[in-house]
Design a protein around this ligand. Structure first.
Ligand code: HEM
Length: 511
């Protein structure tokens, strides 16, 4: 049998060779380009999981990351599953990311669960023109200094309510779980600012919200391994249903609120209370070139106010009280200051807070040691950038270890000790101008609720310390042995909730 070769298509071969050469050239260029990049150092990695095994040391994430940074440096690159994770642990690097190159690092990665729940339509996860617009509404209408001041009557009433409850416990010498009690106060303050004083279903809403916070884990495996998202979406249907129930409840509450406001306007009522809902509904439809603010945005922002405002404030109050119980001499000093200020004005209220310089130092010191968000909230690098000589890859997630900065012995003497006096006469505040103290973040993504949160924290602490002395519910524990173990949940909370017995000292006759 004769065997003949088919005719060689020379044009096709030439084309294939050309494509191959082009690919080789590009590969060479890419490796040359990559070798030119100076990526930050980091620990060794394993296939698939990357550096994750370094984080399962039994230490809490902020501590494990601080320890790794001590070996690898203040700008460290980890591979978390399929994701590049850059950890910032020095003042200079934090300043680069949050101030000098803020614009490039101001987006947040849209986490899987947030995406499933509200497609990132809230302030925390949104970006671009839409985020700027939401943030403006929030800063001008919801959390401005004027608004915070305006809400002081709500705080006053809710705090008085708590004090009355405490006085009955004081008579019975019964212990109180502090964090639970102050969470309820903070919840009521945010709920009244949001829905107004007449929401009949406030308690039902708060219960449903608690359920969502307890049942939904905001961190997902799909955040590290995006290819798992299809599977995880199927597994998460139950928790999503819990979220949807809350969402439906919010729909109904908002509709009821709007109808009530309409009725009041129709009746010519002059004392209409304008709430967060009203401010947000007025902003609806605004579109500055991004996504317009919709009814879903309104609901998403309302949830930001609750999730941002409750656990953070309650946990700061609990840690502050725990530190004061552990340091009786500081407790005596701060109570003396508050009682002295109250003597000058027996009807002690928020207008007297400016006199409480030492209390402010106590709160700062407590937040320095126990920031509710020790790794702040994640940011994302939009385009490859150099930070202090290292190349940060585009798309990398960036975590700033605020807790490590706040306890770094290079910046703080006796860094791990509770010494409120260090803030006396110091200009360091919560505004994010000092990069060794960024517990509320810094730059354009910094916390918009800092003033509102501090107003709640300061008045609750001042009144608790003014009217009551406090005893540990377990008589057998010496102050110095108080368990200060942390738990890393939605916030960095105290693992064993602080249980104290209130002893009434200063009359509640004006309450
Ligand atoms: C009082 C204790 C609080 C602490 C320690 C705290 C801390 C933080 C931190 C560290 C961030 C991230 C900042 C960054 O990425 O640079 C943040 C963002 C945020 N906080 Fe707070 N926060 C507190 C209270 C509040 C309150 C009371 C609210 C609202 C009622 C609130 C609402 C928010 C929102 C909406 C964001 C996202 C801002 C954005 O992405 O543009 N926070 N907070």
């Amino acid at each position: 049998m004769e065997f003949t070769l088919p005719p060689i298509p020379y044009e096709l071969v030439a084309l294939l060779l050309f494509v191959l050469a082009l690919k080789l050239f590009h590969k060479k260029k890419a490796t040359k380009y990559q070798s030119k990049l100076r990526l930050p150092p980091g620990p060794w990695t394993l296939p698939l999981i990357g550096s994750l095994h370094h984080l399962v040391s039994g230490k809490l994430p902020h501590r494990a990351l601080r320890d790794l940074a001590r070996s690898h440096g203040p700008i460290m690159l980890l591979r978390a599953g399929q994701i590049d994770l850059v950890i910032i642990t020095s003042r200079e690097a934090a300043q680069e990311v949050m101030r000098t190159q803020d614009a490039n690092f101001s987006d947040r990665p849209l986490l899987f669960t947030a995406n499933m729940c509200n497609s990132g339509s809230d302030i925390v996860f949104s970006k671009g023109a839409y985020w700027r617009q939401l943030r403006r509404v929030c800063l001008n209408g919801l959390l401005s200094s004027k608004k915070v001041k305006f809400l002081s009557s709500i705080r006053h009433e809710e705090v008085n309510h708590m004090l009355k409850l405490l006085s009955t416990l004081s008579d019975e010498k019964s212990p109180v779980t502090l964090v639970k009690m102050v969470s309820d106060v903070a919840n009521n303050i945010v709920a009244r600012a949001t829905f107004g004083g007449n929401c009949k279903r406030q308690d039902v809403f708060l219960k449903a919200l608690k359920n969502v916070i307890e049942q939904i884990s905001w961190f997902s495996l799909s955040d590290l391994f995006p290819w798992l998202s299809g599977l995880e979406a199927k597994m998460k249907t139950k928790s999503l249903q819990i979220y949807r129930n809350l969402d439906t409840l919010m729909d109904e509450i908002i509709q009821e609120h709007l109808e009530m406001q309409k009725q009041l306007q129709k009746n010519g009522d002059e004392e209409i209370e304008y709430t967060f809902i009203d401010v947000l509904m007025n902003a609806m439809g605004q579109d500055n070139g991004g996504m317009p603010i919709t009814f879903d945005s309104v609901k998403a922002v309302i949830l930001d106010m609750f999730s941002g405002g409750i656990d953070t404030t309650a946990t700061i109050i609990e840690w502050t009280m725990a530190e004061l119980m552990k340091h009786p001499e500081k407790m005596a000093k701060v109570q003396a200051e508050i009682r002295q200020a109250a003597c000058e004005n027996m009807d002690f209220n928020e207008n007297d807070l400016f006199k409480l310089n030492y209390l402010k130092c106590v709160v700062k010191e407590s937040v320095r040691l126990h920031p509710p968000l020790p790794l702040l909230l994640p940011r994302q690098c939009n385009e490859m950038r150099e930070v202090l000589g290292y190349s940060i890859p585009s798309g990398a997630r960036v975590l700033i270890n605020g807790w490590a900065l706040g306890t770094d012995p290079n910046y703080w003497s006796d860094a791990e000790k509770f010494i409120p006096e260090r803030f006396e006469g110091s200009s360091i505040d919560f505004k994010g101008n000092n990069f060794e103290f960024v517990q509320f973040g810094a730059g354009r993504r910094s916390c918009p609720g800092a003033e509102f949160g501090m107003a709640i924290i300061e008045i609750i602490l001042a009144r608790l310390l003014l009217h009551f002395d406090w005893k540990l519910s377990d008589d057998g524990i010496k102050p110095n042995d108080l368990d200060m173990a942390e738990e890393f949940a939605a916030v960095l909370r105290k693992k064993a909730p602080l249980s104290l017995v209130p002893v009434l000292r200063v009359s509640l006759s004006n309450v």
